[in-house]
Design a protein around this ligand. Structure first.
Ligand code: ADP
Ligand code: MG
Length: 251
C-alpha cells in the first residue's frame, strides 16, 4: 500500500475574488522526490504556504503523515515533521557553518541559544551537526563563516538548518533561485541524494533540474492541478507540452 507523507484534499485559497488555489488534491508519497511545476503565477508558492500553515485555506484539507493539520500553526506542523527552508538569519552571518547548524540542532533539542554558554557546549549536538554537514557535502567548509560561502553553498546551509529539525517532509521553493548555473546542478544533486526517510516536495522552474531530480511531477496551472505523473509521463503529456509551448522539456 502506498503511504503518503503529505496530501491536500480539495484545497482552495481565494484572495478576494481571485482563486489562487483551485480545488487541489495533491498526493506526495513518502520518500518521494516530488517536483511541483507550472508557469509563473500558477499558485505554486501559495500552495507551499498553505502546506506550511503560513496561509489559511479558504476550504479543503492539508494532511501530514495521515493526520489533518489544516488548522495547525506553522510551528506545530514543524513539530510534526514538516520543514521548509528559510533565509539565513543575519545572526548567523558571523558564525561558522558548523556553529550555525549546531545552533539549529540545539534549538530542536530544547537547549536553545544561551548567551552564557558556547554554541558547542553540547558535544552530541555538534556531532549531529557535523553529520548533517557530511550528508550535505559541506564538512570541508565547517569552520568557514557562512557569509564567506558561495551562494549555492549558502542555500545548502539553509537546507541543513531545516534538516536539523529532523523533518519527515522538506518543502523547497526554488532552492536554486539566484544560484549561478555552475552551482545549481551540484546543489540539486546534493538535495536528490538526501536520505530517503526525508520526503521532498520542491518547486523549480528549470526543467533540466526538475527532470534530473524528480521521480514524480505535478503540474499546476491557474491554481489547479493539470496533471501529475512520472517525469516520462509528464514529458510526453500533450497538455503539458501545450502549457510549456516554446520551452524545451526533455528527459
Ligand atoms: P507562483 O509561485 O506559481 O509563481 P504564486 O503562488 O506566487 O504563484 O501566486 C499565484 C497567484 O496568486 C498570482 O496571481 C499572485 O498574484 C496571487 N497572489 C499570491 N499571493 C497573494 C496575496 N497575498 N494576495 C493577493 N494575491 C496573491
Ligand atoms: Mg513562486
Amino acid at each position: 500500500m502506498t503511504t503518503y507523507a503529505l496530501q491536500t484534499r480539495n484545497l482552495v485559497k481565494k484572495f478576494g475574488g481571485f482563486v489562487a488555489t483551485n480545488d487541489v488534491s495533491l498526493n506526495v508519497e513518502a520518500g518521494a522526490r516530488h517536483a511541483l511545476i507550472g508557469p509563473n503565477g500558477a499558485g505554486k508558492t501559495t500552495l507551499i504556504n498553505l502546506l506550511t500553515g503560513f496561509l489559511e485555506p479558504t476550504s479543503g484539507e492539508v494532511i501530514l503523515n495521515g493526520d489533518t493539520v489544516t488548522h495547525l500553526a506553522q510551528h506545530q506542523r514543524v513539530k510534526r515533521g514538516l520543514a521548509r527552508t528559510f533565509q539565513i538569519n543575519r545572526l548567523f552571518a558571523e558564525l561558522t557553518v558548523l556553529e550555525s547548524v549546531t545552533m539549529a540542532v540545539n534549538e530542536r533539542i530544547g537547549i536553545g541559544a544561551r548567551f552564557w554558554r558556547p554554541v558547542g557546549a553540547y558535544a552530541e549536538a555538534v556531532d549531529e551537526a557535523a553529520s548533517l554537514l557530511s550528508t550535505l557535502r559541506l564538512l570541508d567548509l565547517a569552520h568557514e563563516k557562512t557569509r564567506n560561502l558561495a551562494y549555492g553553498k549558502q542555500r545548502l546551509i539553509e537546507i541543513a538548518l531545516a534538516l536539523a529539525m529532523k523533518p519527515r517532509v522538506l518543502l523547497l521553493d526554488e532552492p536554486a533561485a539566484g544560484v549561478p548555473t555552475s552551482e545549481s546542478r551540484e546543489l540539486f544533486e546534493t538535495i536528490a541524494a538526501l536520505p530517503r526517510d526525508v520526503t521532498i516536495l520542491l518547486i523549480e522552474h528549470d526543467m533540466d533540474l526538475v527532470f534530473r531530480f524528480a521521480d514524480c511531477i505535478s503540474v499546476l496551472v491557474s491554481g489547479a492541478l493539470l496533471t501529475g505523473g512520472t517525469p516520462d509521463e509528464i514529458a510526453n503529456n500533450p497538455k503539458v507540452k501545450e502549457v510549456y509551448l516554446g520551452e524545451a522539456i526533455s528527459v
